[in-house]
Design a protein around this ligand. Sequence first.
Ligand SMILES: O=c1[nH]cnc2c1ncn2[C@@H]1O[C@H](CO)[C@@H](O)[C@H]1O
Ligand SMILES: [Zn+2]
Length: 432
Amino acid sequence: MADVIIKNAYVLTMNPDAGDLKNGTIVIEDGKITEIGEKTKESAETVIDAKGSVVMPGLVNTHTHAAMTLFRGYADDLQLADWLENHVWPAEAQLTAEDVYKGSLLACLEMIRSGTTSFADMYFFMDETAKAVELSGLRASLSHGLIELWNKEKGETDLKEGKRFVRAWQGAAGGRIKTMYGPHAPNTCSEEFLAKVKEEARKDGAGLHIHVLETEAELLAMKEKYGKCSVHMLDDIGFFGPDVLAAHCVWLSDGDIEILRKRGVNVSHNPVSNMKLASGIAPVHKMLERGVNVSLGTDGCASNNNLDLFEEMKTAALLHKVSTCSPTALPAHQVLKMATVNGAKALGTETGMLKAGMKADIVIVDMKKPHLTPCFDVTSHLVYSAKGSDVRTTIVDGKILMDDYKVLVLDEQKVIEEAQKAAEELVARVNA
Ligand SMILES: O=c1[nH]cnc2c1ncn2[C@@H]1O[C@H](CO)[C@@H](O)[C@H]1O
Ligand SMILES: [Zn+2]
C-alpha cells in the first residue's frame, strides 16, 4: 500500500520526456514518487482528489535569509550600502537565537503557504533555522554567513562557527537538510579568506553560497582593490565549481558569464530584490542562452518583502522583457523551469520534476479562482496570474505539510503572534 495518491489532476511534470498529463495520477511511497500516469492499481491511506487543480513540482527558492522576515518592511527605499550598513546590520546586532528561530518559523510557514518546498539560506544562529526546517518539514540548504570585513579574528571565529554548523547538520532531518559554507561576498571578505573557506568546503564536501556582483559599487571596489571584478578574482583563487551557488550576479561582463558557464556555477537570480534596491538588471537571458544554470530566489524579506516565488517568477519574466525590449525574452515555461528544475539542480536535490524515482516535493495549485479563469495554458497562468496564496496543498518528502489550505505541521496563529512579538521587541532594543 502506498502512502499518498493524488488523482484527477492536471499534472505539470516539468519532465521534458513526459510532458503534462491532463488527468493524471501520482503515487507516493516512502517519500518518493513511485508512479505517475493516467491511472494506478495502487491504493493508499490518503487519497487526494485534485480535480480543478494543477499538480506541479514544489518551487525552489535558491537565495534567502529566512529569519529576515522579522525585518519585513523595516527599512525600505534605501541604497544597498546605506540599507545594509546603517539599518540592517545594526538591527542584526541585536538579534538573538530565539529571534532567528521565530523569524525562521514564520518564513517556513510563508513558504509552505506559497508553494515553496526547498530553499537556500545564509544567516546567523543557523541552528535555529535548522530546527525550524526540521519542525516544518521543508527541505533546505543552510549556511552560516561569514562576514570577515578584513578582520582576521572575526574571519576565524566566523569560519569556525561555519564549520561547526556544516558538520552538525549535514544530512539532518532525514536528509532534508544540507549544509553549505556562506562567505558573504567578495567585497566583504578578503581574497585569502575566501580561498580558505573554499578549502574547508572542499574538505567537508560541502557547497558554497555567496553574493556576487550585486551592485555596481561592488564592481568598482573590486576593480580598485584587485584590478579585476569579483568573478575573475574568485576564478583566480579556484573558488568556482558546480558546488557554488552565486546570488544576484547583476554586474557581469560577457567574459564573466563565460567563466560561470565553464565552471558550472549555479546562479540565483533575485529580480524583486535587485529592483527594490535598484541594484541593476542581471543579464539573465544571456546567461540562459549560454547555458548557465540560472535559478530564482527572493532574497530576504527586508529587500523583497515576501517569499512568494510566484511573484518572483512573474517579475523575472516581465523584467527581462522590458530590459531587452523583447516580449519573447524569458517565456513562461523558461521561468517556471528556473523556479523548479534549475533550482533543484542548484541545490543538488532530487526534486524539481514530477517523475518516478524523484523525491515527492509537490504542490497543488487551486485553479478555481476568478483570476485563473478561463484557462487556456496552465504554464502561462502559473507565471502571469497565479499567486502563492493559490497553493492549497504542499507536500515535501512525501509528507503533507499543508492539506487544502490547512497547515498541519505548525500552529499557524502561534507562529505569527510570536514572530510579531519578537520583531517588536527587537526593534525596541535597536532604538533603545
Ligand atoms: O541583498 C543582500 N546583499 C548583501 N547582503 C545581504 C542581502 N540581503 C541580506 N544580506 C545580509 O547578508 C547577511 C547574511 O549572512 C546578513 O547580514 C544579511 O542582512
Ligand atoms: Zn542576500
